[in-house]
Design a protein. Structure first.
Length: 228
């Protein structure tokens, strides 16, 4: 085992001891993958509570995705604006274009078929959809399809740079590629790491004033002294 692999496993263990999050059992029902895709598009530059409000508003106005498709992107935009979210025009266009392409390619508005394909094939299909990048596809792969992807959001990206797992200039997709090469291959291990690292970034390794003095990773972190 390399020094970096050992450090990453130690970080995963310390975060588990601190936050204690574990992946849900495989027999529990995962979210619908198309719902997860739309939810993730809505989450861009939004906090969780706003994302859920936007998603609920869409579901309330369009009980099926076909109704949303038939209503058109301007109508979706009006619903998003009514629910108080930002970037309503961009997101409504993305949602409508995704629905259009899925229907064209599959003949139905469903992504359930992705449960039967490999991680590589599922990722390729998702990232071919308009406006879907590595983070959005990673969320669908991990949270709904339960495949061992490793979506990297702003919190996890920041932690990876401060721990010097990746260069300070690394992009989020590069950091995602690094984690996917280094973390244990199982979905459960990656799910647990993702959830714990996200919580650590939100509560402790904050963007502006990280709480290094109380951080469980302090002795492993080259950036700690800068913030103490
Ligand atoms: S020691 Fe500070 S910079 Fe390093 S991971 Fe912890 S909170 Fe972040």
């Amino acid at each position: 085992m390399t020094e970096t692999e050992f450090k990453l496993l130690t970080v995963a263990r310390l975060l588990r001891e601190r936050y204690g999050r574990h992946a849900p059992p495989l027999e529990t029902q995962p979210d619908d993958p198309l719902d997860e895709l739309i939810h993730t598009i809505l989450s861009q530059q939004n906090v969780g509570v706003v994302t859920q409000r936007l998603f609920d508003a869409i579901k309330q106005n369009f009980p099926t995705w076909r109704l949303a498709l038939e209503a058109g992107s301007e109508q979706i935009q009006r619903v998003l604006e009514g629910a108080g979210g930002g970037l309503a025009a961009v997101k409504s266009r993305s949602i409508h274009r995704c629905l259009t392409q899925i229907l064209e390619l599959r003949g139905e508005l469903s992504l359930e078929f992705l449960r039967g394909v490999s991680l590589t094939a599922a990722r390729a299909f998702l990232e071919d959809l308009p406006g879907v990048g590595p983070k959005t596809s990673g969320c669908v792969l991990m949270f709904s399809l339960r495949l061992p992807a490793m979506p990297v959001d702003t919190h996890i990206h920041r932690i990876a740079k401060r721990l010097e797992f990746v260069a300070v200039t690394a992009s989020a997709p590069q950091t995602q590629t690094w984690f996917e090469a280094q973390l244990p291959q199982t979905w459960a291990a990656r799910y647990e790491f993702h959830v714990n690292a996200f919580q650590h970034g939100r509560e402790t390794c904050k963007s502006q004033r990280p709480l290094c003095a109380s951080c469980v990773l302090q002795t492993l972190c080259p950036s700690a002294v800068d913030w103490l």
